[in-house]
Design a binder for this molecule. Structure first.
Ligand code: SF4
Ligand code: SF4
Length: 444
């Protein structure tokens, strides 16, 4: 089967300290759950319970009040013992309800009766998705209800793209999820297609997961929608929207199809859609890849949302020595953790801890931030830029002395989509993409 890749740039990233994507293990339930009222960099939900209240598993505890806000639910039964607030590494203040585990579970381990969604209208499905506070779990956590509302397809066909593109070993959790909940990923895709009024399913699957693509197709026969698989390359940033669309358009042309607009979601979001619409359940668990050079037993854990990240590391045997860096996300694009008390949220696909240098050179993926040096003119940043920009030149124009930000520079800056490849590859550890992306944000 032909493999479709974006035409230029990108990097191949391997990391032996990432956990294996072979299987998952269910983590212990937390004695104390920390449920943030803001589960992504959006707007804080309004609490609907107070300290001292008893809450049930899956009960609404924070209500979103409009666009940019998602409803928040308790993930364990218990008593709200306090509220806490902290400054995140992203610079904003978050607030959380702390719930002490008490009482019986109503959903965990119980056989539930599925709800037939086939007769639901697209608007009813979207309402359900909003009610259960679903967010885009593979991205920044934007509420799915907002994504559906903002989506304005043209008048032609619309394709629901199920994105299972793994261009980073730290996406191990979503790889495991695809295998362990394959039926739910596909049915979640069919439900989301109904909600978006898409007429076709397209599975975008990394080349190393060709067998998974075949299994998806087999399962998709249960749904009255044409379905196909496109195998993608596995260079980062293949999963990004821009690079994925390049591949999908190329596939469309080569196969003589008419795919129209794309509505793209990943496996974690789609299983959440399945649980919410078919079983009236909010997101209670997240598959999380836990690893890094400072972690004793890296593995993929199925973790209850609200578990403290410190406890998650303990589940993996704790640390080897004192970690130099602890962060959420991938070493490619992760952000440092302010405190081990911070909880797993819907978007926490990976957490990692690194020993000093992490066995990697300073400033490189997995290593600690390095000291900046002077540009040595190697040209690597130009080679890896998928847009075809000259990051070195842009960096000098924006960050250098004198005003060299002419209209053509600003136009080029606006084309950068912040993939970070240039900065990751730069042997002089210059903050290329940080400076260029900041300038692009200022322009808008
Ligand atoms: S961050 Fe911007 S300039 Fe750097 S490689 Fe990516 S697209 Fe190119
Ligand atoms: S990769 Fe770094 S050192 Fe090499 S040309 Fe680009 S900015 Fe200069």
């Amino acid at each position: 089967m032909k493999v479709y890749s974006f035409p230029r740039g990108g990097i191949s990233f391997e990391d032996p300290t990432a956990p294996s994507a072979a299987e998952s293990r269910t983590a212990f339930l937390p004695g104390l759950s920390v449920i943030p009222l803001m589960q992504y960099s959006g707007v804080r939900a309004a609490p609907v319970v107070s300290v001292g209240d008893f809450v049930k598993e899956g009960m609404l505890v924070g209500r979103g009040r409009g666009p940019g806000q998602a409803n928040v639910h308790a993930t364990v039964p218990g008593r709200v013992v306090k509220t806490v607030s902290w400054k995140t590494s992203g610079g904003y203040t978050n607030e959380a309800l702390v719930i002490r585990l008490e009482g019986a579970f109503e959903k965990l381990g119980k056989k539930e009766k599925p709800f037939s969604w086939r007769n639901m209208s697209p608007a009813d499905i979207r309402r359900s998705i909003g009610e259960y506070g679903l967010v885009e779990m593979e991205g920044a956590g934007r509420p799915l209800e907002d994504i559906f509302a903002a989506f304005q397809p043209g008048s032609g066909p619309l394709t629901m793209v199920i994105r299972c593109v793994f261009d980073d070993p730290w996406l191990a959790a979503d790889r495991v999820l695809c295998r362990e909940r394959l039926k739910e990923v596909v049915e979640g895709g069919a439900i989301a297609a109904r909600a978006a009024k898409a007429s076709r399913l397209l599975f975008a699957v990394s080349r190393q997961e060709a067998a998974l693509g075949e299994a998806f197709l087999l399962e998709a026969r249960n749904w009255a929608l044409p379905a196909s698989v496109v195998l993608t390359g596995s260079r980062y940033p293949q999963r990004n929207r821009r690079e994925l669309e390049l591949v999908l358009r190329n596939y469309e042309k080569k196969e003589g199809l008419s795919l129209g607009d794309f509505f793209i979601l990943g496996p974690a979001s789609l299983t959440a859609v399945y649980d919410a619409v078919k079983f009236q359940k909010p997101v209670l668990d997240r598959y999380v890849a836990v690893g890094g050079s400072a972690v004793k037993n890296p593995q993929v854990l199925k973790v209850r949302i609200g578990s403290r990240i410190g406890d998650v590391f303990e589940e993996c045997g704790g640390f080897i020595g004192k970690p130099e860096k602890i962060a959420i996300g991938s070493p490619l694009l992760g952000w440092s953790l302010a405190d081990l008390y911070e909880p797993v949220v819907k978007t926490s696909f990976a957490v990692f801890a690194l020993r000093e240098n992490g066995g990697k050179p300073d400033g490189q993926p997995g290593g600690k931030p390095g000291r900046e040096h002077r540009c040595i003119g190697c040209g690597e940043c130009r080679t890896v830029c998928p847009v075809g920009l000259d990051p070195e030149d842009l960096y000098k124009r924006i960050g250098g002395a004198g005003n060299r930000k002419g209209p053509s520079t600003l136009r080029r800056v606006a084309e950068c989509h912040g993939c970070g490849c240039c900065e990751l590859i730069c042997p002089s550890m210059l903050p290329l993409s940080s400076v260029i992306s900041n300038a692009a944000r200022e322009k808008h």
